[in-house]
Design a protein. Structure first.
Length: 294
């Protein structure tokens, strides 16, 4: 009987856990300040051993009534006072050296701490943050902002006690009253259509601007081309005129020098040089062009 009693009183703390011994009776009643590590321990009839995992934990609070379970989902209210229901999950871990302080604060095991204290903390922060937001923002584009704010506030509250929040997230969509959900979806659809129409208008304007820019570019290109062609013609005409002027100046200069070089004696010499030695048989009364006396 003694052996059976000793065996039944032996408890183990597996790898990845820390243990806390609690004395239920006697002068040592209360929480033992020294936590125990991995190993086997004898737990007397006036003692109780709580085991806390120090590796990452993941818990889900959701509505399981459809499968015969309970409803652990979280309900909070928007700025208008509308109820919003959703399934949430939390991922966290415990600081190993803070396990004793965690138990002294909550006086519960890890499951009770998670499903009571942490869940209530998440629910309270959700109500505080969502009460500042209209239902359309919660259900729409600012859903991520709400979750990020809840994650930040809860992490700040639990970190000082040795609970490190990794992530708080939703499972599925937020659940609203059917009439509210229908109205929001209709409004969102109308907004999407209006945005689509605006985008189409912008596309048409952009295409028109492209055509205008293309036409303007082609016109400017033609103007530049015509200006360049006119410049070429002008340069060619100027070059031809300059060539003619240079040629005329050269010819005038040659004529001037030729006229200066002519003398009466040279003219007579040229006449004689060109004469064949015969006298015209018929004259008109004028003297022959060669003066034979000279």
């Amino acid at each position: 009987m003694a052996i059976v009693l000793l065996a039944s009183s032996c408890r183990t703390v597996p790898a990845g856990y820390r243990g806390i011994k609690v004395y239920l009776l006697g002068t040592r009643k209360g929480v033992e300040t020294k936590q125990v590590g991995v190993g086997a321990y004898w737990i007397g009839f006036n003692q109780k051993l709580y085991k806390f995992p120090v590796f990452q934990q993941n818990y889900v609070w959701k509505d399981d009534r459809a499968t015969g379970g309970t409803d652990n989902s979280i309900t909070f209210q928007s700025k208008e006072g509308l109820d919003v229901d959703a399934d949430f999950g939390i991922t966290y871990s415990l600081v190993p050296d803070s396990v004793s302080a965690i138990f002294q604060k909550y006086r519960r095991g890890i499951d009770e701490i998670t499903n009571i204290f942490l869940r209530n903390m998440v629910r309270d922060v959700l109500n505080v943050e969502a009460s500042r937001m209209p239902i359309e923002s919660i259900y729409g584009i600012h859903k991520r902002d709400l979750l990020a704010r809840v994650d930040s506030v809860v992490s700040e509250q639990t970190e000082k006690h040795g609970i490190i929040i990794e992530r708080i997230y939703t499972i599925g969509e937020f659940r609203l009253p059917r009439s509210i959900e229908t109205a929001i979806n209709s409004k969102l659809e109308a907004n999407q259509k209006a945005q689509q129409a605006q985008n189409e208008v912008k596309e048409v304007e952009a295409e028109a601007n492209k055509k205008i820019a293309r036409s303007k570019g082609e016109a400017e290109s033609k103007v530049i081309e015509a200006t360049a062609q006119a410049s070429v013609v002008k340069i060619q005409a100027q070059a031809e005129a300059d060539a003619v002027r240079v040629q005329a100046d050269a010819q005038a200069e040659a004529n001037h020098k030729l006229s200066e070089s002519l003398s009466p004696l040279l003219i007579e010499y040229r006449k004689v040089d060109k004469w064949a030695g015969t006298v015209p048989q018929v004259t008109s009364g004028n003297m022959p062009f060669i003066n034979l006396s000279k």
